[in-house]
Ligand binder design. Structure first.
Ligand SMILES: *Cc1c(COP(=O)(O)O)cnc(C)c1O
Length: 376
């Protein structure tokens, strides 16, 4: 019950065991790949002629690196919008490919303040592109990517959004939001195993890459190499066909569930209400993501004691954290297949019993408050 990788449905696991063909030579697989990309695009409001989705072989981080590798030329100015660990981390990729990163930092306990960002942009807008994170998973803070990317577009700045831990669990409308590059992963709300990156590119992003004066300093992380795969029936490298069979089943599971995003919102709200009613406290002050809840570790106990006790006695794995949040918070993921009442109820019950075991008194029963909040 961590914020990803998430549980994988049986039909996704079975799809991964289907007989395979040679994905380089089998023309039917090019159609299968293309349809899977198009179905993914539909889930994020990007199903039009000005956008394309590619599935890359590599875990979610590949998308972040590929976006920076493909856009950045030496001395390019890039705005790194940060209110968390992944936010700031983009600066490393920008610098790696020769860009100059300007980090814009906002309060780590709140969503990015749009008005403050606008004030900054009024003074400084000479950037080729900006990076930002939708849900910064270590703190769970959710940024309003629609407002931010529309704002960036007004200043002529391309946007690169890390939506790995929020895509499909949060509403995303790529077209309305003017997002130029959206990065997604297989192992979070999509609930396929780790190993695939899905990336959505706008025409503007394609033009920016085509207009480069210098070649991309990578083959694997060069997004242009996919441009004519379908017409040419030529993938830049052999596609992991079994992974993509699994992804397709996961995409179709989401397609069939019309309440998928709404369900994330209902469950996450009820979790937060239960946490507060129990007397525990949430790390964030605002900007709560629907995919992960981040809870302060009570001062009488360590995160390790909670996590180890839950695994050992209840066989339930939740997550601690890293970097500046190491030891300070625990995290419950409620994304994709994990976002169901039974599993979340069991997780809260185990957390409740664990805290009681360590003599921490809660003001209310976590699971009962969760169920009560669901019924309100
Ligand atoms: C999970 C995640 C990624 C992918 O990286 P991991 O190697 O799985 O940690 C990228 N960005 C965000 C915000 C994520 O939550």
């Amino acid at each position: 019950m961590t914020p990803g990788p998430t549980q994988v449905a049986e039909n996704v696991r079975l799809a991964r065991s289907e007989a395979t063909t040679n994905p380089d030579l089998d023309v039917a697989f090019y159609d299968f790949y293309k349809e899977t990309c198009e179905k993914t695009a539909s889930l994020i409001g990007a199903n039009d002629n000005s956008h394309r989705v590619y599935i890359l072989s590599g875990e979610g981080i590949l998308g972040l690196e590929a976006a920076c590798a493909s856009l950045t030329e030496k001395e390019d100015k890039v705005l790194v919008i940060s209110n968390g660990i992944f936010g700031k981390g983009f600066a490393d990729f920008v610098k790696m490919y020769g860009g100059i990163a300007t980090i814009y930092e906002d309060d780590n306990k709140k969503a990015i303040d749009i008005m403050k960002l606008k004030e900054f942009l009024d003074e400084n807008s000479d950037f080729k592109y900006a990076t930002l994170v939708h849900c910064d998973t270590p703190s769970g803070v959710l940024n309003d990517i629609k407002s931010i990317c529309n704002l960036l577009a007004e200043y002529g700045i391309l946007s690169v959004v890390d939506s790995v831990s929020s895509a499909f669990g949060e509403e995303i409308d790529v077209l309305q939001s003017h997002i130029d590059i959206l990065c997604m992963g297989s192992q979070k709300a999509m609930s396929a195993p780790p190993g695939l990156t899905m990336i959505c590119l706008s025409d503007k992003a394609m033009v920016a890459m085509e207009n480069r004066k210098t070649p991309v300093a990578s083959f694997y992380a060069n997004l242009m190499i996919f441009k004519t795969y379908y017409e040419d029936k030529w993938f830049p490298y052999t596609m992991p066909i079994s992974d993509i069979y699994g992804l397709r089943a996961a995409v179709e599971n989401i397609e069939k569930n019309k309440d998928f995003v709404k369900n994330h919102s209902i469950i996450s709200k009820a979790v937060r209400i239960a946490i507060i009613a129990s007397g525990l406290s949430l790390y964030l002050e605002s900007g709560y993501s629907n995919t992960v809840t981040v809870i302060n570790v009570p001062k009488e106990i360590s995160d390790k004691e909670i996590l180890n006790h839950m695994i050992k006695n209840y066989n339930i794995m939740i997550a601690g954290c890293f970097d500046y949040l190491a030891g300070k918070v625990i995290r419950i993921g409620h994304m994709g297949e994990n976002a169901n009442i039974e599993d979340i109820g069991n997780t809260l019950e185990a957390l409740d019993k664990t805290l009681k075991h360590f003599k921490i008194n809660l003001k209310a029963d976590l699971k009962k408050e969760f169920i009560k909040a669901l019924n309100n």
